[in-house]
Write a new protein. Sequence first.
Length: 202
Amino acid sequence: MLVREKIKVKSLGLRPYEPTLEAMREFTRRRDAGTPDEFWLLEHPPVYTLGLAAAAQDPQNGIAVVKTERGGQITYHGPGQLVLYTLVDLARRGIKVKRFVWMLEQAVLDLLQGRGARRPGAPGIYVGEAKVAALGIRVSRGCAFHGVALNVDMDLAPFTAIDPCGYPGLAVTQTRDLGIAGGVDELGRRLAAILIGRLDDA
């Protein structure tokens, strides 16, 4: 590991997606070699987001669709979903992008305590045939932003209006239905701590 530093963890509550996206972009544009990494823990009001690989979709249910520069396809964010944005200088830490994606997935697997699994060629975490966590990142000048979204206790119906992560008919699930105790705030703190441990051990 090239650097060991304290990551700032910010709990931001319910935040609109587009201003948060612009704040991530601005943070990444303005950061320099001495800027501490940050984790942002939050929820979003209902919104669909399109990754770079996503085809345009119109769910026709009144929920906004926002194009982003993250990797991946289309997904849904809404209240009751834990979003962890990872503003991490990968170059400074000597971590490759694929390794960082593995760390994000592994942190979720650790949180789920054996209930989840990866799927080859399909980033995210699955329980049986259902997806419980989606992830997508963007790296600019060696610095990552965007992150991972974990379904905790939310209305899953809006997922049925899209092809989640580009897969028609993909089922989704959430931690509440898996019998995992804890709301968004508690699971957010736990997930952040697990990921910090992974980064410290890198």
